[in-house]
Design a protein around this ligand. Sequence first.
Ligand SMILES: [Zn+2]
Length: 78
Amino acid sequence: MGLNSSNERVKQVLIVNLSIMKTLSCRDAGCTCDYDAKGETEGDVLRDAAQHGMKEHEKKGNDMTQIRDNLKASIRTS
Ligand SMILES: [Zn+2]
């Protein structure tokens, strides 16, 4: 069973367990969808959220910059 795991997979599991994930739910940002932006740092989460906002909610880069502080305040660490 476990013997079939490749080193690569073991490494990934270790990384996931060691890192603290930050999440930002799109709903907390005022939208109605269930998307969760995730990342290891605030910057990663905000980048993910910005990409999602621009792609799915037709936000502009400027819009995302304006609400950046609000988004930051809504980030949860798990
Ligand atoms: Zn969304």
